[in-house]
Design a protein around this ligand. Structure first.
Ligand code: FEO
Length: 393
């Protein structure tokens, strides 16, 4: 039994999904699982496009064997060496000793760093081509999307772009592998943004470079390493990634991100949310004490106007808020308007420290600050409204 899916006449999907909830990169919750995509071309030569994570190695090798149908494996293209796609490379070479690895020089060095097997790769560089029969594969470098050695492959005849981690998403593929077989808008969209913002988000400039480099190609299908395969109508997918990689927000809604220790900051947040809603703005509120950071990061990529509310803690910023700010600084989030509510009973200091962190980021405007001492007082209502008005002005 195998789970091979046909992509078109010559290509098939031989990847596999991990469905049990676990942490991707030992860091990100993936309650909908994650897929590790791999593709096989059967032409005069056979060509594999990447292997998979060790977690799904058995399913992958079963698929590969079934898809090869007794043929030998001639080539394996290595798009990059991150182990969620390359961990089973050594086993591939053991099982298919005649296989020629196709990669760039940086990947070859990394293969030697990760593994001890001997190999004589076919080294390819920008724009070089490999003919494997009816199909010719063209190699396009996409450095830092999101490792330095990342390489796309384009099959001009079929218009297929093998895009490595670009255009990927969290979420297991449950038999249906094509985006047009799935409910992307309601079931996948959030995981696209959470994947993009947390995994690739830092490298917007490099994503832009890759988008420009591939803009002239007649792309009819995109085969990423995670998530659905896209065919036919690609505009929506390309536009989303163009927007995200320019750090353009998707909405004018207000995002409120807060931490609370005893509920007083949360009550101030509730008042701000009510006022903003009265002003006609849709509000999304996230308690970062109970929400994994990756979800908040994604929402901060989505929103233009963000209200941060937190307490002072050990003369610093409450840890969950500090970690979040460090994350978005590392991911180089920019071009946002931020309001700050700080709370502290005897020496509130969070706002100053948050502002200093935001100062290190590009084009983050601090619209205003409200200091709460223990609990928001009725006489501070006007100040709170002023802060909210400044945030949405
Ligand atoms: Fe999905 Fe860069 O690995």
């Amino acid at each position: 039994m195998n789970s091979v899916r046909r992509i078109n006449e010559d290509y098939c999907y031989v990847g596999a999904s991990e469905r049990s909830p676990r942490l991707f990169e030992n860091l990100f919750p993936v309650p909908r699982g994650v897929s590790y995509n791999s593709y096989l071309l059967r032409d005069e030569k056979t060509v594999l496009f990447d292997t998979v994570d060790r977690a799904v190695g058995d399913a992958f090798f079963e698929n590969l064997s079934a898809a090869l149908g007794g043929r030998k494996l001639d080539y394996a293209v290595v798009s990059h060496m991150e182990p969620d796609h390359a961990a089973t490379l050594a086993e591939l070479v053991l099982r298919y000793p005649g296989v020629k690895l196709v990669c760039n020089a940086k990947s070859a060095n990394m293969i030697r760093q990760f593994f001890d097997f001997d190999f004589d790769p076919l080294l390819v560089a920008e724009g070089e081509e490999l003919s494997v029969g009816e199909h010719t594969l063209k190699f396009i470098m996409a450095p830092m999307v999101h490792w330095p050695e990342v390489m796309f492959t384009f099959d001009e005849r079929d218009g297929i772009l093998f895009s490595a981690d670009a255009f990927g998403a969290f979420g297991a593929l449950e038999g249906s592998i094509f985006a047009d077989e799935l409910d992307i808008a309601s079931e996948w969209q959030d995981d696209y943004l959470r994947y993009y913002s947390n995994i690739v988000g830092k490298y917007g400039a490099q994503v832009q470079a890759a988008l420009k480099k591939t803009a002239g190609l007649d792309i009819r299908m995109i085969c990423p390493l995670h998530g659905p395969v896209w065919r036919g109508e690609l505009t929506r997918l390309l536009e989303k990634h163009d927007r995200w990689s320019k750090w353009e927000p998707e909405t004018d809604d207000v995002l409120i991100v807060y931490s609370t220790v005893y509920g007083n900051t949360e009550r101030a947040v509730a008042q701000a949310a009510a006022y903003l809603a009265e002003r006609g703005r849709r509000v999304r509120t996230i308690n970062i004490c109970t929400t994994d950071r990756s979800y908040t990061v994604a929402e901060m990529f989505r929103a233009k106007n963000i209200l941060l509310a937190t307490t002072t803690y050990n003369n610093g910023i409450y840890p969950a808020m500090e970690y979040l700010l460090d994350d978005i600084a590392a991911l180089t989030l920019r071009d946002r308007r931020v309001g700050i509510i700080e709370n502290g009973t005897w020496a509130p200091a969070a706002a100053k420290l948050i502002s200093a962190k935001l100062d290190t980021m590009k084009n983050i405007e601090v619209a205003g600050v409200l200091t709460v001492k223990s609990a928001l007082k009725p006489e501070q209502e006007a100040q709170l409204q002023e802060l909210c008005d400044a945030l949405i002005s």
